[in-house]
Design a protein around this ligand. Sequence first.
Ligand SMILES: [Zn+2]
Length: 229
Amino acid sequence: MKQCDYGFARKPQQILVFVGASKCVTPHPSWIFVRSSRQRQGSPPRTTLAEAIIDAGETWKTDDLVHLLGRALNSRDVTTSDLLKELDSRAFHHQRNLMKQLIGEVGEGTTSVLERLYRRTVEKAHGLPAPQRQVSPTGRYRVDHWYQRYHLIIEVDGKAYHQGAAAINDIDRDNHHQAAGITTLRLTWSHVAKTPCATARLVGKILQQAGWKGKLRQCGQCSSPIEFV
Ligand SMILES: [Zn+2]
């Protein structure tokens, strides 16, 4: 049974193939045979998405896992409870505590995780210039990202929108910064995890209109060539 990345990660150089305890196999450079049984689904049979993600969690680095979890959970093909249930079913896991933490944080759209994802999948992947982070442009409010030269603030937040006092606070902040000549762009989890390429185009376009002379780079996930003004 093949471990499948379900399109949420780059194509691996080697694929894990679960063959059961007694099967005879011929070595192949593209496959790693594992003598263990697994649940199976689909044709050809493959491990479940939750199993594949928890497998990846054994060895992948934190940033790669955040990216993988963000894409998978946003697809709604798997839930945080599916992942935690699969993790709990394993007698041993090399990065159990890290996985628990990341599943919780990504599932809740925790801002620190979202900022890390933004930096990787939107900013770096598309060659956007690096902003100042966690700074206070006017000395009154701390912001996530500030392009001082281009008079642009970018705020990322796990929630689709704030309500009540938090929403009023957002408006106050944005109005305060607008009065200082600084525009605020607000991004949600969906903008970062679900449509990072479109978000990068948006940010790039705003920066170019403000005088950025650089060019956006096409990332491995971009579905069409970068068309830019
Ligand atoms: Zn892209």
